[in-house]
Design a protein around this ligand. Structure first.
Ligand SMILES: *Cc1c(COP(=O)(O)O)cnc(C)c1O
Length: 477
């Protein structure tokens, strides 16, 4: 493809992107396909000689779109949001154009420097404690990870190295493998599956702690577990607290957990993958209180802050603890300016990294903090609108509390009837939701996911839910 061909195809693609967004309502939110549908549409081998762009372009609608779940459809209410915005799209075009691999400062200075600055900007928007800023006197700073799962893993592996070293200092001659058996980590039953996975990958013992009646992990529960484990000769070293759990958007008590973590001298990581974006609004910022006790904090602007996947922002108080855990020094990666700016290759698992700060930068500038706050507030308002419908209908009940833009609800009655209801909703296909289950209670989740979802869409979602509930209750009686 030469420059002229790229220009023509690029214009066509851009037009496609705009039309896709404009006319997304005309599509079915959930695809109507069976596993294996695509094999029938494609040859079983790659072409030997170049095809024409037109042929490829035509296959977007013929091959790809029939099997797309439209996450940016106004009637998509499943999981949590994944952001999509024109500013982020523009930045990704530029990032793909520069196409650098910014593993060290020297490998592309702008890639590192913009990330350092924009992460400081965002830390200030969130009113994070000074110690998380790169400009603080210590070794604080931010880094863009691909996902919250990677951020948690990086925190666990860094803490593991720190505490293994401590155990070995106290027990000269002890082997790593033996020291490892002494470590124990904690999280709550409601935390994301990626936390347990990080513990499994790190080969550390861990305990899943019970929450209170609001699905919130409390300080005394953690303290009790730590005491029990110390009595067994173990070394508690890590707690992952969650602000905005995936199942029901519950909030752990980070103030209490933070105080215990500090007293007991263990690493506290906070996973606020979804809810973290809301902390840019002063009225929701108190939910982040306790972060001053944390060693690391992470949230996903790619969920609810208009930055396309992947952009998971992580801050640490002491970046040395990360870079020491991950530092390997081959000659070909050394450069003469080491030590002045971060070499981000020491801050995460892969070596390669994209120029992801561009999209965060474009989004912060083209929406402004105010614009991003407005979106969060509007989504939460829409969630409360749906909550009102549920509360006014005596057949239904709310599960938990509506704090962010997630409404957990169920038909009063058995889990089975609610399982039928969600199946009927998704089979019907006009709106899309997923269910969850907390401590044996099965419920439906309506998560406001796109800026395209408006008041009348919430009316429509309620119409669909109540109509399908009518039908279900009729046939069940
Ligand atoms: C979505 C979510 C995750 C996983 O996010 P990834 O970036 O996909 O790894 C982790 N924790 C919580 C609380 C989440 O809601």
């Amino acid at each position: 493809m030469n420059n002229e061909e790229f220009e023509a195809a690029g214009q066509q693609m851009l037009k496609y992107v705009i039309d896709y967004h404009k006319k997304i309502r005309e599509r079915r939110v959930l695809p109507d396909v069976k596993p294996g549908f695509m094999r029938k549409l494609l040859p079983d081998h790659a072409p030997q000689t170049p095809e024409k762009w037109d042929q490829v372009y035509k296959d977007i609608e013929r091959v790809v779109m029939p099997g797309v779940t439209h996450w940016h459809h106004p009637h998509f209410y499943a999981y949590f949001p994944t952001a999509n915005s024109y500013p982020a799209l523009l930045a990704d075009i530029l990032s793909d154009t520069i196409a650098c691999i910014g593993f060290t400062w020297a490998s592309c200075p702008s890639c590192t420097e913009l990330e350092v600055i924009v992460m400081d900007w965002l830390a200030k928007v969130l009113d994070l404690p000074e110690r998380f800023l790169s400009t603080s006197p210590g070794f604080g700073g931010g880094v863009i990870q691909g996902t919250a799962s990677e951020a948690t893993l990086v925190a666990v592996l860094s803490a593991r190295t720190k505490f293994l070293n401590r155990i070995k200092e106290k027990n000269p001659g002890m082997e790593d493998g033996v020291a490892l058996t002494k470590l124990i980590a904690y999280t709550s039953r409601q935390s994301h599956s990626s936390v347990e996975r990080a513990y499994m990958i790190a080969l550390v013992k861990y305990r899943i702690l019970e929450t209170d009646e609001k699905q919130s992990l409390r300080g005394d529960t953690l303290k009790k577990a730590i005491d029990e484990d110390r009595a067994k000769g173990l070394t508690p070293f890590f707690i992952c607290a969650t602000l905005g759990t995936t199942s029901s958007c519950a909030f752990d008590n980070c103030k209490e957990i933070g105080l215990v973590s500090e007293q007991e001298d263990i690493w506290m990581h906070i996973d606020a993958a979804y809810a973290g974006s809301s902390f840019i609004c002063p009225e929701y910022r108190p939910l982040l209180d306790g972060v001053e006790h944390a060693d690391s904090f992470n949230f996903n602007p790619h969920k609810w802050m208009q930055v396309t996947f992947d952009c998971s922002t992580m801050w640490v108080k002491n970046s040395k603890e990360i870079s020491q855990a991950f530092s390997v020094e081959p000659v070909y990666l050394k450069h003469e300016n080491e030590g002045h700016m971060p070499d981000y290759r020491h801050w995460h698992v892969p070596l390669g990294r994209r120029f992801r700060s561009l999209k965060l930068w474009f989004v912060l500038r083209l929406f402004g903090v105010k614009g991003l706050q407005d979106i969060i507030r509007e989504d939460i308002k829409l969630a409360h609108k749906f909550e009102d419908y549920i509360r006014k209908d005596p057949r239904f009940e709310i599960f938990g509390e509506v704090i962010m833009a997630l409404v957990c609800f169920r038909l009063k009655g058995s889990n089975e009837i609610n399982e039928k209801l969600i199946k009927n909703i998704n089979d019907d296909g006009r709106i899309h939701m997923v269910p969850s289950n907390v401590d044996g209670t099965f419920f439906l989740r309506l998560s406001v996911c796109t800026t395209r979802t408006k008041n009348h869409d919430i009316d429509f979602a309620w119409k669909v839910v109540s109509e399908l509930a009518d039908n279900l209750l009729k046939t069940n009686n």
